[in-house]
Design a protein around this ligand. Structure first.
Ligand code: SF4
Length: 182
C-alpha cells in the first residue's frame, strides 16, 4: 500500500483509539480538498499488508481507519488489510470519496464486506461542515455496515487532536487548514 502518513494512535477518526492510515493518491480531486498533497500517485512509503498488520498489532488500538488520498484507488491492498484486521478482532473504518452509487454493483463493493463503518461521498465545499463528526461536507454519508457500532451515537461536533512527540514536535489533526482558529 502506498502510504502518505500514519498515526499509530488517534481518537478522532472513528470510535475509540485507532491506528490511522492516510493513503497516497486520489483520482477524484474534489474542489477544496484539504489533503491535495495526497492526490499524486507518486511513491511515498510502500508497505505490504504483513508490515502494516505487524505495526497495527504492536499498538493498543480497537481498530484501524483508512483515509487519504483515496483508499478505493488501492482497492486490493485496502481490502486485504481490512480483512486481516477484522480477523484479528479489530474494527475497520474506511473513508472514500466515491459515492455509494459508484461502489454498489462494481468491484469496489467488496469494501463493504470488510468495513464496520464506511463513509462515502465526495467532499463538496459548498456543503462544508465543521459541526458534524467525521464528515467534511453534509452530503457525505456514514454507513454502519455491521452490528459492531450499531449503538454508536454520532456527535454534532467536530474534533481536533494535537499530538506532541518526545522531541516537542507537534502535529495537529482533524483541523481544516484554512480556518485560523489558533
Ligand atoms: S476524495 Fe478525499 S482526498 Fe480525494 S479529493 Fe476528495 S476529499 Fe480529497
Amino acid at each position: 500500500m502506498n502510504v502518505a502518513h500514519i498515526e499509530e494512535q488517534s481518537y478522532i477518526y472513528g470510535p475509540g483509539c485507532r491506528f490511522v492510515i492516510w493513503v497516497q493518491g486520489c483520482s477524484l480531486r474534489c474542489k477544496g480538498c484539504w489533503n491535495s498533497e495526497m492526490w499524486s500517485f507518486e511513491k511515498k512509503t510502500d508497505y505490504s499488508t504483513a508490515e502494516l498488520v505487524k505495526k497495527i498489532s504492536s499498538e493498543d488500538v480497537e481498530g484501524v481507519t483508512i483515509l487519504g488520498g483515496e483508499p478505493l484507488d488501492q482497492l486490493s491492498d485496502v481490502y486485504n488489510l481490512c480483512t486481516k484486521c477484522q480477523q484479528l478482532g479489530l474494527s475497520t473504518m474506511v473513508f472514500t470519496g466515491y459515492e455509494l452509487s459508484e461502489i454498489n454493483n462494481t468491484d469496489k463493493s467488496i469494501i463493504k464486506s470488510v468495513s464496520d463503518i464506511l463513509i462515502v461521498g465526495r467532499y463538496d465545499e459548498s456543503l462544508r461542515t465543521i459541526d458534524n463528526q467525521w464528515i467534511g461536507s453534509t452530503n457525505q454519508q456514514i454507513l454502519f455496515l455491521t452490528e459492531r457500532y450499531a449503538d454508536y451515537e454520532i456527535q454534532d461536533a467536530n474534533y481536533m487532536e494535537i499530538d506532541i512527540d518526545e522531541n516537542g514536535k507537534y502535529t495537529i489533526l482533524g483541523f481544516p487548514k484554512d480556518l485560523d482558529y489558533i
